[in-house]
Design a protein around this ligand. Structure first.
Ligand code: MRU
Length: 337
């Protein structure tokens, strides 16, 4: 089976699987235009912390294709600011942008600057593929028996440059005979669970069922969940973790039901400048994402709505954080990871 790749760089164009259309329509956006890539990130056509970082790196390199020498600095600076303004919470975006900026500073006077930037974007993408593999290797260690797992949002190939974080742990565990069933939170409001995680699990042949987000407590009460594993958009040095809205609910439920709660993420999701979750900026999304589905209103459009895209799970509710390097357990001190 061909691997799913959320983004691919081919013939100097970025190919992006349009995640807003899945699973009903499989469409690929092909572009070399920075603005189009920025909009794709804003619309969640490409989404998931690591995938956003990879797409942004390619966007910055493409912004300097065929740009006259004297305009380089101005064009790069504008491109950097535009990409940085797309989504605030996932730190992987800023990590990738800063890596690209370092290459720009080093080679801005060289003839082959565009080639250097392209090579760096490809290297960041390759690195993400490696990190995903490492997370799966480490993550499989959390399984002590064939398990029923619950997950939230989408953390698979679609969310990364490679094969995923939490969902890649589930894939690897399945291949080792350690998965009985995966419960997939639908993940309101944009349904990354019922649309994207279900699409990936179906392709992988892993048994799953979709449930409403509000069914998770009942599933746990009925002993249907052995562990919960989710991804992360930004991890503070003390282990506080920002992830898709609803993650905190799950962590609280796990605490009550004495079920282990795991985060899986590359070490690049740890923000070395952030000491606790209180410093993490939470993206607020347009209320239309809540009051309509596929452009069709499901309630009165005049009603006010509050739509945070992420929440922060306090470190004391996290059993362990799985990275490509190791499993980290509380008390967390992630400075040197
Ligand atoms: O708003 P999204 O869909 O970009 O949110 C994605 C998540 O919250 C994921 O859990 C996180 O980015 C980890 S993806 C490997």
């Amino acid at each position: 089976m061909n691997k799913i790749r959320s983004v691919e760089f081919k013939n100097e164009q970025l190919h992006i699987i349009n995640q807003t259309k899945l699973p009903l329509v499989e469409e690929v956006i092909i572009t070399d235009d920075l603005e189009r890539i920025a909009v794709a990130i804003e619309r969640l056509e490409v989404r998931g912390a690591p995938a956003i970082g990879v797409a942004a790196a390619y966007a910055l390199s493409l912004s300097l294709k065929n740009i006259p020498f004297q305009l380089r600095t101005e064009v790069f600076e504008k491109a950097f600011q535009r990409m940085a303004a797309t989504r605030p919470t996932a730190v992987n975006l800023f990590f990738a942008l800063n890596e690209m900026k370092n290459v720009f500073e080093q080679f801005k006077n060289e003839k082959d600057l565009y080639e250097k930037l392209s090579a760096k974007a490809v290297a960041l993408h390759q690195e993400d593929i490696m990190l995903c593999g490492g997370i799966a290797q480490q993550g499989v260690k959390i399984f002590t028996k064939r398990s029923k797992v619950l997950t939230h949002c989408n953390t698979g190939s679609l969310a990364t440059g490679g094969d995923g974080t939490a969902l890649n742990v589930i894939r690897k565990a399945f291949e080792s005979g350690l998965i009985e069933h995966v419960y997939v939170d639908e993940t309101r409001p944009l349904l990354q669970g019922s649309r994207l995680t279900a699409w990936e699990l179906n392709k992988l042949g892993i048994p799953f069922s979709i449930n409403t987000d509000s069914a998770s407590a009942f599933l746990m009460q009925q002993n249907k969940v052995d562990l919960v594993i989710v991804g992360a958009d930004r991890i503070a040095l003390n282990g506080d973790t920002a992830n898709k809205i609803g993650t905190y609910n799950l962590a609280v439920l796990c605490h009550f039901h004495k079920i282990p709660f795991y985060i899986a993420a590359p070490s690049t999701t740890i923000d070395k400048n952030c000491s606790s979750g209180a410093q993490i900026k939470i993206e607020l999304r347009d209320k239309n994402e809540l009051i309509s589905i596929n452009g069709k209103l499901i309630t009165n459009e005049d009603y006010s709505a509050y739509c945070p895209a992420f929440d922060v799970t306090p470190n004391e509710l996290i059993t362990a954080i799985v990275t490509e390097k190791d499993l980290f357990k509380p008390p967390f001190d992630l400075k040197h990871v």
